[in-house]
Design a protein around this ligand. Structure first.
Ligand code: CA
Length: 511
């Protein structure tokens, strides 16, 4: 029989997680540990000692719940045995109290990127066609197919063409205060570094989100050309073919300019990395996320920009965030973002516990507190030097907290708006997630998933659980992979052409 592996995250923990592929059978004798009273699936928790009714259950050194009934040593500790702690209030939090020792600079690492006129750097050379309203999506899809077939083969230095389609633009309360979020999200995505400063807008004509409202004068990045526009309701368009011709000739103008761009050697400090997890399990916080956290510190040391996000997945660790903020002002901005989100959830009569999925629970995560502790490890140990509101652009190097929902597509969309040029995504349950706008490196938390999805997962963090690799080894492997992907190496999602839709965060009413 294989050696039983129980993973305990902190000396104060009274539960540990089963590390073995396939779980462990009833009666397993764990050296220096309990004898299992029942069969335990991989990634699920076992009680290391007897836990009395009402007593604290600790993982990561943090209370993840109280026992609803007595739990004997060696028993399975699952969500039906735990009462979830209430959320910490947002008053009296430690403000910028932790001064982590300064990390030594990390020099000498570079990648091959596309330098833009505004100083930003792209990792891909894409033509993006911005849209003002969903009404144009069908026409755009038709044009995109012809651009790919008829135009792209002539422009070998252009990596692809992307339609920035979305459900916003009309039928919405566009003057509601919260409408600023979807509008600035679209504005900033159209200026993502991977699009080379070439902005082409496709509009209908009668929609609420007029092109001038989407991209008002002065909103364009320095050095970018003026946005070009095609408007389907223009009287010069007689019939469908005229619209398609107009889109294609405008696209060709931008393709000619993009085709002149070449990759050049740029320092690793030009990376703008968005970190995210999705389809999490109890291994996320043991293997993949700690490796990402180590890599996040490497990126910060190299002078790069790193974002971690997902409000509901860090809400239960808010004091870790406010204490790690570089200044009391940044700590207050974190609190303001959390308070806004608490109120947003309360309007819908839910709270942060609405986050967890059936898959999370089947993967051993009992509740949002346990999920949050495993999620926040992605952020490493650096001070938080910036806070980015939903749809805003990141403007500070180092570690940033970008406040976004945890929904994979909405988080990815908002990180694109923030200026992300490389995305890192960890998953335990498995998701084929990808974006057309930016490469996504996917990391499996378990080797079983990495083997089964061998042509979907870009990195396997499972060896950490089995003691075959260290967190540092995997963190460095990810760092090197990031430089390769930023230089043009294709991810599995790119190889297969897998891309999810942009999904806007619109907290304002629709009409
Ligand atoms: Ca997510």
């Amino acid at each position: 029989m294989t050696r039983p592996v129980l993973i305990r995250m902190h000396a104060a923990d009274n539960v540990a997680v089963v590390g073995n592929d396939g779980g462990l059978p009833e009666g397993t004798v764990v050296p220096d540990g309990p004898t299992l009273r029942e069969k335990l699936p991989q990634a699920h928790k076992v009680a290391l000692a007897d836990i009395a009714q009402g007593a604290e259950v600790r993982r990561y050194g943090v209370v993840i719940g109280r026992a609803l009934k007595p739990i004997s040593a060696g028993s399975w500790v699952h969500e039906r045995l735990l009462e979830m702690p209430t959320a910490r209030t947002l008053s009296g939090l430690p403000m910028a109290t932790v001064r982590p020792p300064a990390l030594p600079p990390l020099d000498g690492h570079s990648f091959q990127g596309y330098r833009n006129a505004d100083g930003s750097v792209g990792t891909r050379n894409l033509l993006a066609i911005t849209t003002t309203v969903q009404c144009v999506a069908g026409v755009l899809d038709h044009a995109l197919e012809r651009i790919r077939r008829e135009l792209l083969p002539q422009y070998r230095y252009v990596d692809g063409v992307v339609g920035l389609e979305h459900s916003y633009g009309c039928g919405v309360a566009i003057d509601a205060p919260d409408a600023v979020i979807p509008i600035r999200t679209l504005r900033h995505i159209s200026q993502n570094p991977n699009f080379g400063g070439e902005v082409m807008v496709l509009s209908l004509g009668c929609e609420k989100l007029q092109p001038e409202r989407l991209l008002p004068p002065g909103s364009m990045a320095i050095g970018a050309g003026l946005p070009s526009q095609v408007r389907l309701q223009d009287e010069r368009h007689v019939g469908f073919a005229s619209m398609i011709d107009s889109i294609m000739s405008t696209a060709e103008h931008h393709l000619q300019r993009l085709d002149l761009r070449r990759r050049e050697t740029v320092p690793a400090s030009e990376l703008v990395v968005g970190l995210q997890c999705g389809g999490s399990d109890a291994f996320s916080g043991i293997t993949a996320n700690p490796a990402v956290g180590f890599c996040s510190d490497l990126l910060v040391r190299a002078g790069a920009t790193v974002m971690f996000s997902e409000v509901t997945e860090v809400r239960d660790a808010v004091e870790q965030l406010t204490s790690r903020a570089a200044t009391p002002e940044l700590a207050q901005r974190i609190i303001d973002e959390m308070a806004w989100y608490d109120a947003y959830l309360a309007r819908g009569r839910v709270d942060r516990s609405a986050n967890t999925t059936p898959g999370n629970k089947a993967g051993g995560l009992s509740n949002i507190v346990e999920k949050a502790m495993g999620s926040i490890i992605k952020s490493g140990t650096a001070p938080i030097s910036g806070v980015v509101s939903a749809g805003e652009r990141v403007c500070t190097r180092g570690l940033n907290y970008a406040a976004t929902p945890a929904s994979d597509f909405i988080c990815g969309t908002l990180q694109l708006a923030a200026g992300m040029n490389l995305h890192v995504f960890t998953t335990g349950r498995g998701t084929p997630y990808g974006l057309a706008e930016c490469p996504v490196i996917k990391i499996a938390t378990r080797s079983e998933l990495a083997r089964r999805w061998h042509d979907l997962m870009d990195l396997d963090a499972g060896p950490i659980a089995e003691g075959r690799a260290s967190i540092e080894d995997l963190g460095w492997a990810l760092f090197r992979l990031m430089l390769d992907v930023a230089s043009g190496k294709r991810t599995w999602a790119e190889t297969h052409g897998l891309a999810n839709s942009l999904v806007l965060f619109n907290p304002a009413p629709v009409t």
